[in-house]
Design a protein around this ligand. Structure first.
Ligand code: ZN
Length: 256
């Protein structure tokens, strides 16, 4: 595949965060508070504009609008620290974002991370916190009910995971939910088909989609990362950079 074939330059970059906490139990799922604050400052300083999920959908439909320096900030899972640590920083900057909730674990703990005893004790958001965040320009989408790999489920189970998670958020928050984030980024054809049938209009994966409406790419932001790497992510050039780096390494190995 050509390094140019993903057309990453013509899309709005979508950033993916999980937990924002100084209790960094696993760097793949956590960004410390200072690093998160620093990244939000970079967004502001360099003149990037975070947009709402509604605007993101409009930009996707109407390609004539300028996507220049627009970015969508997303969070997966709905850890409680999204409210205690990330939300105040987002609010101070007037930045909208979208949080994808595991509806079966609201007000519970991160039990799907059972292989990591300390992480599985992490608290998830409560409805009260979610409602306060909604008033502060944070939108919510579905991350299914139980955080299972959707590609292993049958149609009936998929309807429950995708349909009832959407319904419960809509009922609690009295708003339309149109966005989904696939747990573990798993999105086989039946998963996509049921997601469409349940009424979603956009669905996000992690760096594995072709950037069509139900295979939208996101770039993970976790652990401490350099300003250079974060700027590449903001510009939508990170995948291009990584692919280029891989090619150069392969070429070097072959020529040695
Ligand atoms: Zn997840």
């Amino acid at each position: 595949m050509s390094i140019f074939s993903r057309r990453s330059f013509s899309h709005i970059p979508v950033l993916l965060y999980h937990s924002v906490s100084d209790d960094v139990l696993d760097e793949r799922l956590t960004m410390d508070i200072i690093s998160f604050k620093h990244q939000m400052n970079i967004i502001k300083k360099w003149g990037f504009k975070p947009i709402t999920i509604e605007d993101y959908e409009k930009y996707r439909i109407n390609r004539n609008r300028s996507m220049h320096k627009k970015v969508l900030i997303t969070f997966d899972d709905g850890f409680e620290d999204n409210y205690t640590n990330a939300f105040p920083i987002l609010s101070n900057n007037n930045f909208p974002a979208v949080v994808f909730l595991i509806t079966g674990l609201i007000n519970e703990k991160a039990t799907w991370l059972e292989n990591h005893p300390q992480l599985s004790e992490k608290k998830m958001l409560t409805w009260e916190q979610i409602k306060k965040m909604k008033k502060g320009n944070i939108a919510f989408g579905s991350h299914a009910v139980n955080h299972t790999n959707l590609s292993f489920l049958n149609r009936k189970e998929l309807i429950i995971e995708l349909g009832s998670s959407k319904e419960i958020i809509e009922k609690e928050l009295n708003c339309r939910v149109s966005s989904l984030s696939y747990p573990f980024s798993a999105h086989s054809s039946p998963v996509i088909e049921i997601a469409r049938k349940c009424g979603y209009t956009v669905a996000f994966a992690v760096d594995s989609g072709d950037n069509t409406a139900f295979r939208l790419n996101r770039t993970k932001c976790n652990g401490p990362e350099s300003r250079f790497i974060f700027l590449l992510k903001l510009l939508g050039w990170y995948t291009f950079f990584i692919n280029l780096k891989k090619r150069l390494i392969i070429r070097n190995v072959k020529s040695n």
